[in-house]
Design a protein around this ligand. Structure first.
Ligand code: ADP
Ligand code: F6P
Length: 466
């Protein structure tokens, strides 16, 4: 059986400060690769004066991790530029933040070509290649141009936007044409798949046949929905450690009988943090009984802080938490505990475990693994309530949560009230259904479904390279 070659911008190494690498992709792929004699290839996160394509290879638990250094210009134009200033905002419905600069396009094309060039000597003819996320959409095309015939799959971790939004991207057709160099394309949700389908049929003049066969640009691919899950087993093991238990004890002391609402996110405008704080303020304003009895713990790890939109959202959140705390706090209570750092998974499991409400209200999100982690961390005999945005991919799977529109302060405020008042029996009923899904649709199920679908596609015959 061929090896699995996973390619993503970031590989699952500690971040530059030595802390855990935060983000859904790193969490999920670390787990997926342990099962395979796989290779994980990506950017080291470092930059050098001149790109050499030299690989740094580490053999870890089960998988080999191979990384390449990029140039500073690559980091600016490809990572900070096209990936995080053009595609990320657009794919999260923020065309107001999406920047279109030719140098970003050039950097994106250059880095994808560099990835292909560096990966090429590592490949064996029977390898399966699995490319991840919006940073690397044209990688399949770059590999095909170099004569790679292997089966290549692509999984998008973020939403695919609605057709008319996507069409605001200069060169949108070229990007979708590049998608057709993959054999299999996976999305997180039906919502994303149907947006892609709509584009292929109505903008690219293609067709969508039965069983997810897409044809356009004279080529065809297989597409489907593969909702990503937690590494549930590892997460539950983490929740059963001393460290998790110590956090539960520490938090119980700090609760002192109060009830906690929790949010855990990268500090990203797509996560709806400002709207969340304003909805919570709305709740406090109409619930005098909650004052001093409830608080919101928001853990928000700074992310992509070289990009102006991230600096701006951070400043806005500093201001809004300061204002709300100033307005409502008393000498021995603050309504929002706002924490800008990251925690290990076992520590987080402990902290989630004592929260009466998990407040997960992104404005758009491919999946959102925090929703699943919150559920997995709950004590079965007294579980908390998940409030979940209808615009997270997770909402398609987690219907027993209180599903809200994150743009409506009143709706989120009502859900907080409902969640805090929910009788134990109903909490248990909802949690049991949610937890069954978290166990069943875990990261292993996701990986197996994708990899077996990739293995099932026929290997393509390419014309010999000119
Ligand atoms: P995204 O991929 O957009 O960051 P997800 O919710 O899918 O969003 O995944 C986020 C992952 O990163 C989760 O596993 C979550 O626990 C982790 N994470 C987010 N914020 C923190 C934090 N402050 N400390 C530790 N882990 C975090
Ligand atoms: O899951 C979406 C995602 O963009 C991943 O691709 C990424 O690794 C993660 O969020 C965190 O973002 P970054 O790698 O830019 O810190």
């Amino acid at each position: 059986m061929g090896r699995l070659i996973v390619v993503s911008n970031r590989v699952g190494q500690p971040d530059q400060s030595g802390g855990p690498s935060v983000g859904g992709l790193a969490m999920a792929l670390g787990a997926a690769l342990r099962e395979y004699n796989g290779v994980w290839f990506g950017w080291s996160g470092r930059t050098v004066e001149t790109f050499t394509g030299g690989l740094s290879v580490q053999r870890g638990q089960g998988a080999t991790v191979a990384t390449v250094d990029l140039e500073e210009q690559d980091r600016q134009e490809y990572y900070n530029g096209y990936a995080n200033r053009t595609l990320w905002p657009l794919f999260h419905y923020r065309i107001d933040l999406s920047a279109y600069e030719r140098s970003f396009n050039e950097g994106y094309a250059r880095v994808n070509a560099r990835f292909a060039q560096t990966l090429l000597p590592l490949l064996k003819p029977d390898d399966f290649i699995w490319v991840h996320d919006y940073h690397l959409i044209p990688l399949g095309r770059e590999l095909r141009r170099r004569g790679v015939k292997n089966r290549i799959g692509f999984f998008l971790h973020i939403p695919w936007p609605a057709r008319r939004l996507f069409a605001t991207l200069p060169f949108h057709r070229e990007l979708v044409e590049a998608v057709f160099d993959y054999d299999l394309v996976g999305f997180q949700s039906e919502d994303s798949l149907s947006a892609f389908e709509d584009y292929v049929e109505r903008e690219a003049g293609g067709t969508v046949g039965p069983n997810g066969r897409f044809e356009a640009f004279g080529r065809s691919l297989q597409a489907g929905v593969f909702p990503i899950g937690l590494d549930t087993k590892a997460f539950l093991e983490g929740a059963a450690t001393e460290a998790a238990s110590a956090w539960r004890d520490r938090m119980r002391v700090s609760l002192a009988g109060r009830r906690m609402i929790i949010g855990v996110d990268r500090l990203d405008y797509s996560k709806g943090l400002e709207e969340r704080f304003l909805a919570y303020e709305e709740y406090l304003s109409h619930a005098p009984e909650a004052l001093e009895q409830v608080f919101l713990l928001q853990i928000a790890t700074p992310s992509r802080d070289e990009v102006a939109a991230y600096q701006e959202i951070r400043a806005r959140l500093d201001a809004v938490t300061g204002r709300i705390n100033g307005a409502f706090a008393t000498p021995d209570w603050v309504p929002i505990r706002y924490v800008n750092r990251s925690y290990r998974r076992d520590e987080l499991a402990g902290i989630y475990g004592v929260a009466a409400i998990g407040l997960v209200t992104p404005l758009r999100d491919g999946m959102n693994l925090v929703a699943k982690e919150y559920v997995a961390a709950q004590p079965p005999e007294d579980p908390g309530v998940l409030i979940l945005s209808r615009f997270a991919g997770a909402a398609e799977q987690m219907g027993e949560a209180l599903i809200v529109n994150p743009f409506s302060r009143e709706e989120v405020s009502d859900a907080i009230r409902e969640g805090l008042a929910m009788p134990l029996k109903e909490r248990v009923r909802r949690w049991e259904a949610l937890m069954a899904g978290v166990r069943r649709d875990d990261v292993d199920a996701w990986r197996d479904a994708f990899v077996s679908a990739l293995r099932a596609v026929p290997q393509r015959e390419l014309p010999p390279a000119a």
